[in-house]
Design a protein around this ligand. Structure first.
Ligand code: PAF
Length: 312
């Protein structure tokens, strides 16, 4: 019997041995000790796994002998009023995807396991980079992300950690933390996985009503239009992307920026080289983000590795 999907839900299969599931620190320590004979790659998730996570896991396999996936809905990175309580929880399906992808260990703790003393008094501070773009709309978000990522790196004792390019600012902040605080782990970026119509995969896409989903396509369409204008320089990119977004009344844009990939500061008109075109918008009740890395100037355009289509 092979793994099958039923209305988008992966159902369990006898072909794929279940990963070891660790719920406590002691169970994780035991499971992790059993992997001591080889390198370990960690893929961190908040559950609600989709093909984007599967791509991370597959890439992880290329980097290490063993793959450990964390499934933890981290309360620390959600502000009051955000979508923590309605965030999709799909553990059985998550486990089936992990089994299908040959994951060795799934660490799925509850908040009291990760934060035994309650809210941690000491957190990793994301600094100024954590206060712009996503950080401006979600104050404290990146402190919560970096704190849990730091803890999961310690607990998993991973050699390699893989994160999606879709969360470009998160990826940059994690790279900075790992370098600035000498975590000694390799960070690997994995390209965004998209539906054939361009929608970037996200656990939050399940919130989109059909009309919202249609409207949400304007985000990736705007990024494509912007990237296609990259030869002409920054203002042409911004103009082309904005034109697509303003034509879609159901999309409430939070930000649309063309920034330097390391500083996340707006690139000036004379700038040529690598840049990041990033967008955040509310569609219905759902806040979506997307981005495309691109090269500005002669021969410019989207960078090849920025998009992978979801396998059908
Ligand atoms: O990208 C996510 O899913 C989360 O921010 C992460 C990295 C798992 C930390 O909770």
């Amino acid at each position: 019997m092979s793994t099958a999907t039923h209305e988008g839900v992966v159902v369990a299969s006898q072909d794929h041995p279940r990963p070891v599931v660790a719920r406590t620190r002691a169970e994780l320590a035991d499971a992790r000790r059993a992997l001591d004979g080889g390198d370990v790659a960690v893929v961190m998730t908040m559950g609600a796994l989709h093909e984007g996570h599967a791509a991370l896991i597959r890439r992880a396999r290329e980097h290490a002998r063993f793959v450990l996936v964390t499934v933890f809905l981290n309360p620390l990175q959600f502000a009051a009023g955000e979508d923590l309580s309605r965030y999709p929880r799909t553990f059985d399906s998550d486990l089936a995807i992990c089994a299908r992808e040959g994951v060795d260990v799934v660490f799925a703790p509850t908040p009291d396991v990760v934060y035994p003393e309650g809210d941690p008094g000491v957190r990793v501070g994301a600094g100024p980079l954590g206060e712009i773009l996503e950080g401006r709309s979600r104050p404290g978000h990146f402190d919560g992300v970096l704190t849990v990522v730091g803890k999961m790196l310690h607990l998993s004792r991973a050699h390699v950690a893989l994160f999606g390019q879709k969360d470009a600012q998160q990826l940059l902040m994690i790279r900075r933390m790992v370098a600035d605080l000498d975590f000694g782990v390799e960070v690997v970026a994995v390209p965004t996985v998209r539906e054939p119509d361009g929608l970037a995969l996200s656990s939050r896409n399940v919130y989109l009503a059909p009309s919202d989903r249609e409207a949400a396509l304007s985000l990736s369409a705007a990024l494509r239009a912007g990237a296609d204008a990259a030869v002409e320089g920054p203002s042409a990119v911004r103009r082309a992307a904005r034109a697509v977004l303003v034509a879609e009344p159901l999309v409430l844009v939070d930000y649309l920026v063309l920034v330097h990939p390391q500083t996340l500061l707006d690139v000036p008109e004379w700038y040529r080289g690598e840049a990041l075109l990033a967008v955040a918008a509310r569609v219905g009740t759902t806040r979506l983000i997307d981005n495309v890395p691109l090269r500005l100037g002669p021969g410019g355009g989207p960078l090849d590795s920025s998009t992978v289509e979801v396998p059908s």
